[in-house]
Design a protein. Sequence first.
Lengths: 291, 426
Amino acid sequence: MHIWKEIKKNKMSYIFISPFYILFSIFGLYPLLYGIKLSFYDWHGIGPWKYIGFENYSSLFKDELFKVSLENTVYFWFTTAIPLTILGLLIAFILNNESLKFRGTFRTIYILPYVTSTIIVGIVFLSLYDQNYGWINLLLKKLGFEPVQWLTSVHWSKPSIVGLVLWKWIGYNMVIMLGGLQGIPRELYEAAKIDGASSFKSFTSITVPLMRPTIIFCMILSTIGTFNMFEEPYILTKGGPEYSSTTLGIYLYNTAFQYGRFGYGASLAIVVSIMIILTSFLQRAIIKEVY
Amino acid sequence: MYKRLVGSFCVVLLVLFTFSTILVGSVFAAEEVTINVWAWPGAVEEGQSVLSGFNKLYPNIKVNFVKMAFNDVHQKLQITLAAGSGAPDVCWVEGAQIQKFIQYGGLLDVTESVSELKKDFIEYKTAEASDVNGRIYAFPNDIGPVVLYYNRDIFSKYAIKPPTTWSEFILSGRKLKAQGISMLHLPKLGDSSFLNILIQQAGGSLFNQAGKATFNTPQVLEGIKTYLDIYRSGIGADVARDWSPAMWDSLRSGNVATYIEALWMINVFPDYMKTPEQGFGKWRAAYLPLLSKDKVTGANNGGSNLVIPAQTKNKEAALAFCKYSATSIEGQRFRAAFGVVPATISALKDQQIVDKEYSFFGGQKVMGLALEAARRVLPTYFRPAAYSEATTVLTNELPKLMRGEMTAKQFVAYIQSKFEDIVKKY
C-alpha cells in the first residue's frame, strides 16, 4: 500500500522513466527469459520444441569444442583485457600531462581505430597478415626473415587476432581512463611533489588507488567484450585453423545460426553469461583487495 | 409456326450460351491473385525475366518480388516456417540448404507437379530436392556442374592439353611446376571443398539421404586417396581457394594455371580479371578430369531451387509460377547468359544457350559443356541438416591428414565417428 502511495505520489517521474523499462522488457527481459526456457529444449528453428531438461547443459560440459573455445577465450582475456587496461591507463596518464604538446592530436589518433568499423579494420588486417602479399611478411622478407603464416598457423592465429584487438580497442580504454584521471585533484600530485615523491611513486600511490573504480569498470567491460568476442576472429580466421582461434562467441554463433541448434546455443549463451557475471565479481573483489 | 419455334429456341440457346460464357469468364477473370516471391540479388532478375511470358498465360496472377541478401532469404524463411506465418508463396533456396528445410518440414509437397516434368530435369537435382520416401519438395532452378578452368596461354606455351584424368592432371602439373607455375590452389591446411568434389566423383557422400553418416566407405576413401595423390605430387600452390586478393593475384599473374569450380564461375571471373593483362580472354573451360578413363563421373557445387511454404494461401498460383519459371525457355536463356546453368535437359540442348560465346573465355561456347558435365554427376551426394556442422569439423580436422598424422583409412574412421556424434544432435 505504501509503495503504491509512493508511486502515485511520484507518478510523473515513473511515467518519464517508463519508456526505458518498457523497451527493456520487450527487447531485453523477454528474450532473456525466452532464451532461458529454450535452453531446456531441443529445437532446430523449425518444428516443435522437445523438452530435454538439463541435457543441453550436461552435453555442454562434456563438449570438447566448448572446452577448446573456453581455453581460447581465456587466452584472449589474458592477452587483451589485462594489457588493454594497463596500456589504456599508461597512455591516458601520459596524455593527461599538461606539458605534453599536441595532446589533442594524439588523443584523436588513439581514438580513431575505435571509431572505425571492425569489418573494415578486419579486411585491412587480412591484407596485412597475408602470407604471400601482406606488408608484414614483405617487411620480414626484406629484413631476412622467413614469412610467417599469421592466419593459417595454429601458433600464430591467436597472436594475430590479439594484434588487431589491441590496436582497435586501446583508444577506447584510454578515453575511459582519461576521464577518470581528470577527476583526480591536481593538488594531490602537487603535495606529493613537495614531499619529494617521484613520478612513479605518485602514479602507484595516488593515481592507481584513486582510479580503482575506473580500472574495475574497464576490466569488467573488457571481460564482457572478450567473452563475447566474435567479429575479429571471425573476419580473420573464422575460428580456425583447427579451432585454434574459435572463441565462445564464434562457437555460439555457429551452433545457433549455422547449425540451427537453437536449444543448445541458448544453453551456451546462459553459461557464458554466468561466467561473465562471476568473473566480474571476482575481478572487483581482487582489485578492491589489492588497492 | 415451326419456324418461329426454332427461331425462339435458337435465341434462348444463344442467350444462355452468352450468359454462361460471361459467368465462367468472370469466375477466372475476377480471381486476381498476388504471390510474394523471396529471392536474392540475381535470382530476382531471373524470376523477372519470365514475367512477360508468365503473365500472358496467367494474366490474373501478379508476382511481387522481395529482394533480400542471400543469407537473409534462408534465415527469414526458417523463421517464418517456424512461426507458421509470414512466409512467402515462393522462395528461392540454395541447393546446399534444401535438404535441411525438407528435413525440418514446412514445405509443400510438389511431387505430382514436378513428376510431370521430371524427365526433363537433371536427375541429381530432383534427388537433391526429395526426402527418403521420394517425395519432392522443390522445383529445380539451376545447377552447378564442376568443370576445370585453365589458362590457355600457359597450357599452349608448355604444350599441355586439358587433362582428361587426374593422373594426366598430375603429370601436366609436374611439367608446369618445373617452370615455377603451380597447377592449382592446394593449401597445406587442406581444401575441404575440393575434397568434397573428389568424394562426389567417387560416388561417396558425407551422409546418406536418411541423414546417416557415411564417411567410412570405399567411395569416400577413393576420393581422399585421389586428393592426397594430387597434394603429395607437389603441384599445388599453398594458397586457399577463398576468393581472397592473394588467390586472385595468383590467377592474374599466371602463378596458378587452373581453377576447379562450378560453371557459375562464368559470372564471377570477369569481375576479378577485367583486362587481357589480368587474364580476360585467356581462360578456357574443360570437363573435370576423371578418376579413371572407365569411371566417367563428375561433381556438382551449388545451384538453387524454388520452394513453396505449406502455409501459402495461393497454392495454385505459386505452383503455376514455379513450373513456368523452372521450365520456360526464355527464363533459362536469361540465366545461361549470366552463367547460371539451367536445370533442364531441354535448355542445356537449346541451340541459343549452347552456342552462346563468352568473351571472357575467348569466345568459347562454355555452356556447351553443361549437359555432359551434369550427366556425369551421380545422384548420391546428400546434405542433411547436420551437413553444415560436419563440413566445419572436416575443415578443422583435415590438417591432421595433410600433415600425415593419420593415414587415409584412419582418417575416414576418425571422421566417421565424429560425424556419428554430430548426427545424434539433430
